[in-house]
Ligand binder design. Structure first.
Ligand code: TYD
Length: 140
C-alpha cells in the first residue's frame, strides 16, 4: 500500500440550526475496527508532532477543532494534507512516515486507531523506516 491509499474520508453531517452533528462508525466510515482514540491538544505554536511510522497500524486523523497539516511519506513519495474540518478524516495506511505541524492555536487533533498502543509497532528512526519501506516495495 503506497501513499495513494491515504485519502480524505467525508463523514455524514446532520445539519441543524441548533448546531451540526457528525458521526463515524467502525467499518462504515472508518475502514477498520476502532480500538483506540487519542488526541493532541494544547499544542504550543510552532510545535511538530508525530515524527514516526507504524508497521501495521491503520489510522484516521481528524481536526476536531482548528487546523494543522499532516505530512505523509511512503518511502518514495511525500504529500502534505491540510486538515481544517471536523467532518473530514485523513486515512493513514500502515508503513507511512507521518509528521504533523502548522497547528493553529486551540486546535485538537483526534486519531482513531486500529490497535491498542504498542511501542513495538513504531518506527522511531527515519532511516530504519526508509529501509523497511524500500524492502517492502521490492519484495511485493
Ligand atoms: P507519540 O506517538 O510518540 O506521539 P508524537 O509522535 O505525536 O509525539 O506518543 C507520545 C508518548 O505518548 C509516548 O511516550 C507514548 C505515549 N502514548 C501512549 O501511551 N498511548 C498512546 O495511545 C499514544 C498515541 C502515545
Amino acid at each position: 500500500m503506497g501513499i495513494e491509499a491515504c485519502k480524505f474520508i467525508e463523514f455524514p453531517i446532520v445539519h441543524d440550526p441548533r448546531g451540526n452533528l457528525t458521526f463515524v462508525e467502525s467499518n462504515r466510515h472508518i475502514p477498520f475496527d476502532i480500538k483506540r482514540v487519542y488526541y493532541l491538544y494544547d499544542v504550543p505554536g510552532g510545535a511538530e508532532r508525530g515524527g514516526h511510522g507504524h508497521k501495521s497500524l491503520h489510522q484516521v486523523i481528524i481536526a476536531m477543532s482548528g487546523s494543522f497539516d499532516v505530512i505523509l511519506n511512503d518511502g518514495s513519495r511525500s504529500h502534505r494534507y491540510h486538515l481544517n474540518r471536523s467532518y473530514y478524516g485523513l486515512y493513514v495506511a500502515p508503513m507511512m512516515w507521518r509528521e504533523i505541524d502548522n497547528f493553529s492555536s486551540g486546535s485538537v487533533c483526534m486519531v482513531l486507531a486500529s490497535e491498542h498502543y504498542d511501542e513495538t509497532d513504531y518506527f522511531r528512526e527515519y532511516q530504519e523506516f526508509i529501509q523497511a519501506a524500500k524492502h517492502k516495495s521490492t519484495v511485493k
